[in-house]
Ligand binder design. Structure first.
Ligand SMILES: Nc1nc(=O)c2c([nH]1)NC[C@@H]1CN(c3ccc(C(=O)N[C@@H](CCC(=O)O)C(=O)O)cc3)C=[N+]21
Length: 291
Protein backbone atom coordinates (compact mmCIF):
# COMPACT_ATOMS: atom_id res chain seq x y z
CA UNK A 1 0.00 0.00 0.00
CA UNK A 2 1.13 3.48 -0.88
CA UNK A 3 1.13 5.87 2.06
CA UNK A 4 -0.11 9.27 0.92
CA UNK A 5 2.10 11.51 2.98
CA UNK A 6 0.58 14.77 4.04
CA UNK A 7 3.86 15.63 5.66
CA UNK A 8 5.98 15.88 2.53
CA UNK A 9 3.18 17.17 0.29
CA UNK A 10 2.27 19.92 2.75
CA UNK A 11 5.95 20.88 2.92
CA UNK A 12 6.00 21.21 -0.87
CA UNK A 13 2.96 23.50 -0.79
CA UNK A 14 4.43 25.59 2.03
CA UNK A 15 7.71 25.97 0.17
CA UNK A 16 5.81 27.19 -2.91
CA UNK A 17 3.84 29.73 -0.82
CA UNK A 18 6.98 30.94 0.97
CA UNK A 19 8.82 31.43 -2.31
CA UNK A 20 5.95 33.30 -3.92
CA UNK A 21 5.52 35.61 -0.93
CA UNK A 22 9.24 36.36 -0.84
CA UNK A 23 9.31 37.08 -4.57
CA UNK A 24 6.31 39.43 -4.47
CA UNK A 25 6.69 41.24 -1.16
CA UNK A 26 9.67 43.29 -2.32
CA UNK A 27 7.49 44.81 -5.04
CA UNK A 28 4.51 45.50 -2.79
CA UNK A 29 4.96 47.33 0.48
CA UNK A 30 3.77 44.74 2.97
CA UNK A 31 3.63 41.04 3.75
CA UNK A 32 0.37 39.03 4.00
CA UNK A 33 -1.52 39.15 7.31
CA UNK A 34 -3.87 36.58 8.84
CA UNK A 35 -6.16 37.28 11.79
CA UNK A 36 -6.92 34.14 13.79
CA UNK A 37 -9.91 34.29 16.12
CA UNK A 38 -10.43 31.63 18.77
CA UNK A 39 -13.47 31.93 21.02
CA UNK A 40 -13.51 29.82 24.18
CA UNK A 41 -11.10 27.26 25.58
CA UNK A 42 -11.62 24.07 23.56
CA UNK A 43 -8.27 22.23 23.93
CA UNK A 44 -8.27 20.72 20.40
CA UNK A 45 -8.99 24.13 18.86
CA UNK A 46 -6.12 25.63 20.85
CA UNK A 47 -3.73 23.08 19.31
CA UNK A 48 -4.99 23.74 15.76
CA UNK A 49 -4.84 27.50 16.15
CA UNK A 50 -1.29 27.36 17.50
CA UNK A 51 -0.26 25.14 14.56
CA UNK A 52 -1.80 27.65 12.15
CA UNK A 53 0.06 30.58 13.71
CA UNK A 54 3.36 28.70 13.65
CA UNK A 55 2.87 27.79 10.00
CA UNK A 56 2.23 31.46 9.13
CA UNK A 57 5.52 32.48 10.66
CA UNK A 58 7.37 29.81 8.65
CA UNK A 59 6.27 31.22 5.29
CA UNK A 60 6.36 34.95 5.98
CA UNK A 61 2.73 35.65 6.86
CA UNK A 62 2.13 37.88 9.88
CA UNK A 63 -0.52 36.42 12.18
CA UNK A 64 -2.67 38.47 14.53
CA UNK A 65 -4.19 36.43 17.36
CA UNK A 66 -7.49 37.07 19.06
CA UNK A 67 -8.24 34.78 22.01
CA UNK A 68 -11.71 35.64 23.25
CA UNK A 69 -13.70 34.38 26.27
CA UNK A 70 -16.59 32.00 25.55
CA UNK A 71 -19.08 34.61 26.77
CA UNK A 72 -17.83 37.39 24.47
CA UNK A 73 -21.30 37.78 22.97
CA UNK A 74 -22.43 37.87 19.38
CA UNK A 75 -22.36 41.68 19.07
CA UNK A 76 -18.80 42.03 20.34
CA UNK A 77 -17.53 39.24 18.10
CA UNK A 78 -19.13 40.78 15.02
CA UNK A 79 -17.72 44.17 16.00
CA UNK A 80 -14.21 42.67 16.01
CA UNK A 81 -14.81 41.02 12.63
CA UNK A 82 -15.91 44.37 11.17
CA UNK A 83 -12.75 46.03 12.50
CA UNK A 84 -10.64 43.32 10.88
CA UNK A 85 -12.56 43.73 7.62
CA UNK A 86 -11.44 47.37 7.62
CA UNK A 87 -7.86 46.66 8.73
CA UNK A 88 -5.46 46.96 5.78
CA UNK A 89 -2.80 44.79 7.43
CA UNK A 90 -5.23 41.88 7.50
CA UNK A 91 -5.75 39.91 4.28
CA UNK A 92 -7.39 36.85 5.82
CA UNK A 93 -9.74 36.28 8.75
CA UNK A 94 -10.01 32.81 10.24
CA UNK A 95 -12.77 32.20 12.75
CA UNK A 96 -11.99 28.86 14.35
CA UNK A 97 -14.98 26.53 14.55
CA UNK A 98 -16.91 25.22 16.35
CA UNK A 99 -18.00 28.34 18.22
CA UNK A 100 -19.16 28.00 21.83
CA UNK A 101 -22.91 27.71 22.43
CA UNK A 102 -24.87 30.94 22.26
CA UNK A 103 -23.07 32.27 19.19
CA UNK A 104 -24.68 32.13 15.75
CA UNK A 105 -22.05 30.58 13.48
CA UNK A 106 -23.68 31.58 10.20
CA UNK A 107 -24.18 35.19 11.29
CA UNK A 108 -20.52 35.44 12.31
CA UNK A 109 -19.25 33.86 9.09
CA UNK A 110 -21.44 36.20 7.04
CA UNK A 111 -19.92 39.21 8.79
CA UNK A 112 -16.51 38.34 7.30
CA UNK A 113 -15.59 40.25 4.13
CA UNK A 114 -15.79 37.52 1.42
CA UNK A 115 -12.40 38.72 0.06
CA UNK A 116 -10.84 37.96 3.46
CA UNK A 117 -12.71 34.68 3.97
CA UNK A 118 -9.68 32.38 3.75
CA UNK A 119 -11.77 29.47 5.08
CA UNK A 120 -14.12 29.75 2.09
CA UNK A 121 -17.15 29.52 4.37
CA UNK A 122 -18.96 32.77 3.52
CA UNK A 123 -22.13 32.12 1.45
CA UNK A 124 -20.67 34.15 -1.41
CA UNK A 125 -17.65 31.86 -1.65
CA UNK A 126 -19.68 28.68 -1.15
CA UNK A 127 -22.11 29.98 -3.79
CA UNK A 128 -19.32 30.74 -6.26
CA UNK A 129 -17.94 27.27 -5.66
CA UNK A 130 -21.36 25.73 -6.34
CA UNK A 131 -21.50 27.66 -9.64
CA UNK A 132 -18.05 26.51 -10.67
CA UNK A 133 -16.62 30.05 -10.37
CA UNK A 134 -13.22 30.82 -8.89
CA UNK A 135 -13.44 31.45 -5.15
CA UNK A 136 -11.55 31.20 -1.91
CA UNK A 137 -12.13 27.51 -1.22
CA UNK A 138 -12.46 25.72 2.12
CA UNK A 139 -8.98 24.65 3.20
CA UNK A 140 -9.53 20.98 3.94
CA UNK A 141 -11.11 20.00 0.60
CA UNK A 142 -8.79 22.25 -1.40
CA UNK A 143 -5.77 20.79 0.41
CA UNK A 144 -7.13 17.30 -0.30
CA UNK A 145 -7.22 18.06 -4.04
CA UNK A 146 -3.66 19.38 -3.88
CA UNK A 147 -2.55 16.07 -2.37
CA UNK A 148 -4.36 14.02 -5.05
CA UNK A 149 -2.80 16.17 -7.76
CA UNK A 150 0.65 15.78 -6.20
CA UNK A 151 0.33 12.00 -6.53
CA UNK A 152 -0.93 12.48 -10.11
CA UNK A 153 -4.33 10.86 -9.61
CA UNK A 154 -6.73 11.44 -12.48
CA UNK A 155 -10.28 11.29 -11.10
CA UNK A 156 -12.11 11.78 -14.38
CA UNK A 157 -15.06 9.38 -14.52
CA UNK A 158 -13.94 7.64 -11.32
CA UNK A 159 -16.41 6.59 -8.64
CA UNK A 160 -15.86 8.84 -5.64
CA UNK A 161 -17.75 8.37 -2.42
CA UNK A 162 -17.79 11.25 0.06
CA UNK A 163 -18.85 10.25 3.56
CA UNK A 164 -20.11 13.28 5.47
CA UNK A 165 -21.86 16.47 4.34
CA UNK A 166 -20.51 19.25 6.56
CA UNK A 167 -20.15 22.77 5.17
CA UNK A 168 -16.50 22.71 6.20
CA UNK A 169 -15.57 19.50 4.36
CA UNK A 170 -18.00 17.00 2.79
CA UNK A 171 -20.26 19.34 0.85
CA UNK A 172 -17.57 21.57 -0.70
CA UNK A 173 -15.36 18.55 -1.40
CA UNK A 174 -18.17 16.84 -3.31
CA UNK A 175 -18.70 20.02 -5.35
CA UNK A 176 -15.01 20.27 -6.20
CA UNK A 177 -14.75 16.62 -7.27
CA UNK A 178 -17.88 16.97 -9.38
CA UNK A 179 -16.65 20.19 -11.01
CA UNK A 180 -15.67 20.32 -14.69
CA UNK A 181 -11.99 20.54 -13.75
CA UNK A 182 -12.15 17.11 -12.01
CA UNK A 183 -15.11 15.34 -13.64
CA UNK A 184 -15.42 12.66 -11.00
CA UNK A 185 -18.66 10.78 -10.45
CA UNK A 186 -19.58 11.66 -6.89
CA UNK A 187 -21.88 9.95 -4.40
CA UNK A 188 -22.48 11.82 -1.15
CA UNK A 189 -23.29 9.59 1.80
CA UNK A 190 -24.32 10.38 5.35
CA UNK A 191 -25.84 8.91 8.50
CA UNK A 192 -29.18 8.16 6.79
CA UNK A 193 -27.70 6.48 3.70
CA UNK A 194 -28.95 2.97 3.04
CA UNK A 195 -26.68 0.21 1.73
CA UNK A 196 -23.61 2.23 2.65
CA UNK A 197 -21.39 -0.84 2.49
CA UNK A 198 -22.50 -1.68 -1.07
CA UNK A 199 -22.01 1.92 -2.19
CA UNK A 200 -18.53 2.10 -0.68
CA UNK A 201 -17.58 -1.20 -2.28
CA UNK A 202 -18.11 0.38 -5.72
CA UNK A 203 -15.81 3.30 -4.95
CA UNK A 204 -12.42 3.93 -6.55
CA UNK A 205 -11.87 6.74 -4.03
CA UNK A 206 -13.42 7.07 -0.57
CA UNK A 207 -13.25 10.39 1.29
CA UNK A 208 -14.02 10.07 5.00
CA UNK A 209 -15.29 13.07 6.91
CA UNK A 210 -17.72 11.87 9.56
CA UNK A 211 -15.70 11.92 12.75
CA UNK A 212 -16.27 8.31 13.77
CA UNK A 213 -13.11 6.50 14.86
CA UNK A 214 -12.12 3.49 12.67
CA UNK A 215 -15.54 3.48 10.97
CA UNK A 216 -14.34 2.22 7.56
CA UNK A 217 -13.42 -1.46 7.65
CA UNK A 218 -12.09 -3.89 4.99
CA UNK A 219 -15.52 -5.40 4.26
CA UNK A 220 -16.65 -1.94 3.02
CA UNK A 221 -13.98 -1.39 0.35
CA UNK A 222 -12.98 -2.98 -2.90
CA UNK A 223 -9.44 -4.07 -3.40
CA UNK A 224 -7.18 -1.29 -4.67
CA UNK A 225 -9.43 1.54 -3.55
CA UNK A 226 -7.80 4.83 -2.50
CA UNK A 227 -8.75 6.01 0.99
CA UNK A 228 -8.56 9.68 1.93
CA UNK A 229 -9.08 9.93 5.67
CA UNK A 230 -10.17 13.41 6.69
CA UNK A 231 -11.49 12.38 10.09
CA UNK A 232 -9.55 13.29 13.19
CA UNK A 233 -10.70 11.68 16.41
CA UNK A 234 -9.27 11.80 19.90
CA UNK A 235 -9.64 8.38 21.51
CA UNK A 236 -8.23 6.81 24.66
CA UNK A 237 -5.37 5.38 22.61
CA UNK A 238 -4.54 8.64 20.86
CA UNK A 239 -5.45 10.33 17.57
CA UNK A 240 -7.10 8.26 14.88
CA UNK A 241 -8.99 8.78 11.66
CA UNK A 242 -12.34 7.52 10.34
CA UNK A 243 -10.59 4.56 8.70
CA UNK A 244 -9.47 1.41 10.47
CA UNK A 245 -5.95 1.95 9.17
CA UNK A 246 -4.36 -1.27 10.43
CA UNK A 247 -7.16 -3.48 9.11
CA UNK A 248 -7.33 -1.75 5.71
CA UNK A 249 -3.59 -1.56 5.08
CA UNK A 250 -3.38 -4.97 3.43
CA UNK A 251 -6.34 -4.43 1.09
CA UNK A 252 -6.35 -0.90 -0.35
CA UNK A 253 -4.01 0.68 -2.91
CA UNK A 254 -3.28 3.86 -0.99
CA UNK A 255 -4.33 5.70 2.16
CA UNK A 256 -3.62 8.90 4.08
CA UNK A 257 -2.44 8.46 7.68
CA UNK A 258 -3.86 10.26 10.74
CA UNK A 259 -1.97 12.16 12.02
CA UNK A 260 0.38 13.19 9.22
CA UNK A 261 -2.24 13.32 6.46
CA UNK A 262 -4.96 15.74 5.48
CA UNK A 263 -4.71 17.83 8.69
CA UNK A 264 -1.33 19.11 7.55
CA UNK A 265 -2.71 19.84 4.07
CA UNK A 266 -5.46 21.93 5.66
CA UNK A 267 -2.94 24.23 7.28
CA UNK A 268 -0.82 24.56 4.14
CA UNK A 269 -3.91 25.41 2.11
CA UNK A 270 -4.79 28.11 4.66
CA UNK A 271 -1.40 29.69 3.92
CA UNK A 272 -2.06 29.41 0.17
CA UNK A 273 -5.52 31.00 0.56
CA UNK A 274 -4.09 33.83 2.67
CA UNK A 275 -1.48 34.49 0.00
CA UNK A 276 -4.24 34.52 -2.65
CA UNK A 277 -6.31 37.00 -0.62
CA UNK A 278 -3.22 39.18 -0.21
CA UNK A 279 -2.49 39.11 -3.94
CA UNK A 280 -6.08 40.12 -4.59
CA UNK A 281 -5.89 42.95 -2.01
CA UNK A 282 -2.66 44.20 -3.58
CA UNK A 283 -4.29 44.31 -7.01
CA UNK A 284 -1.94 41.64 -8.38
CA UNK A 285 -4.74 39.26 -9.40
CA UNK A 286 -8.45 39.38 -10.16
CA UNK A 287 -11.13 37.11 -8.69
CA UNK A 288 -11.03 34.99 -11.85
CA UNK A 289 -7.32 34.36 -11.27
CA UNK A 290 -7.74 32.75 -7.86
CA UNK A 291 -6.03 29.36 -7.63
N1 LIG B 1 -12.77 27.76 10.73
C1 LIG B 1 -12.18 26.57 10.80
N2 LIG B 1 -11.34 26.20 9.82
C2 LIG B 1 -10.72 24.98 9.87
O1 LIG B 1 -9.95 24.62 8.96
C3 LIG B 1 -10.96 24.14 11.01
C4 LIG B 1 -11.84 24.60 11.99
N3 LIG B 1 -12.43 25.80 11.86
N4 LIG B 1 -12.13 23.81 13.06
C5 LIG B 1 -11.55 22.51 13.24
C6 LIG B 1 -11.06 21.89 11.97
C7 LIG B 1 -9.97 20.85 12.19
N5 LIG B 1 -8.80 21.39 11.51
C8 LIG B 1 -7.51 20.82 11.56
C9 LIG B 1 -6.38 21.50 11.25
C10 LIG B 1 -5.12 20.96 11.40
C11 LIG B 1 -4.95 19.68 11.86
C12 LIG B 1 -3.58 19.14 12.05
O2 LIG B 1 -2.61 19.86 12.08
N6 LIG B 1 -3.41 17.84 12.23
C13 LIG B 1 -2.13 17.22 12.47
C14 LIG B 1 -1.87 16.91 13.94
C15 LIG B 1 -2.86 17.46 14.90
C16 LIG B 1 -2.69 17.04 16.33
O3 LIG B 1 -1.61 16.59 16.72
O4 LIG B 1 -3.67 17.19 17.07
C17 LIG B 1 -2.08 15.93 11.69
O5 LIG B 1 -3.14 15.44 11.31
O6 LIG B 1 -0.99 15.42 11.50
C18 LIG B 1 -6.08 18.95 12.17
C19 LIG B 1 -7.35 19.52 12.00
C20 LIG B 1 -9.09 22.58 10.96
N7 LIG B 1 -10.36 22.91 11.17
Amino acid sequence: MLLLEGKSVSKALRAKVKEEIAALSSAVKRVPGLAVILVGEDPASQVYVRNKEKACEEVGITSYSYRLPHDIGQENLIKLIRELNADDRVDGILLQLPLPEGLNTQACLQAIDPRKDVDGLHPENQGRLALGLKALRPCTPAGTLFLLDYYKYDLEGKNCVVLGRSHLVGRPLAMMLNDKTMNATVTMCHSKTRNLKEICRQADFIFLAIGRPRFLTPDMVKEDAVIIDIGINRTEDGLCGDADFKALEGKVAAMTPVPGGIGLMTISQLLENTMQAWKYAMGLIRLEDLA
